[in-house]
Unconditional design. Structure first.
Length: 97
């Protein structure tokens, strides 16, 4: 699901921000895998435009596309993981806190 302001607070359950860039082959691979397999059970994944949302990149300390940031209901950082070397749903599932 594409990220929009207010989406974190409006969504119940575990959630992650997937920092995606259209020009990034690993991002496209993870995006295709998510579309084919779906997110891990109960996890809502928001696709964040890596280039456009510098505010979110700064807030969460994201310096590389394919970073997935797990947040609580208030949007506070729980943990993050860079899936650049293995952009797959399996590696996403392994990173869930």
């Amino acid at each position: 699901m594409d990220f929009s302001d207010g989406a974190i607070e409006a969504t119940a359950g575990p959630k992650a921000l997937f920092f995606h860039a259209a020009w990034c082959p690993q991002c496209r691979t993870l995006d295709e895998d998510l579309r084919a397999e779906g997110a891990p059970d109960g996890l809502t994944v928001f696709k964040v435009d890596y280039d456009a949302r510098t505010d979110l990149r700064q807030k969460y300390g994201v310096t590389l596309q394919t970073t997935v940031v797990f947040v609580d209901d208030a949007g506070e950082l729980i943990s993050s993981s860079v899936l650049y070397d293995d952009p797959s749903v399996a590696s996403l599932a392994a990173a869930v806190p």
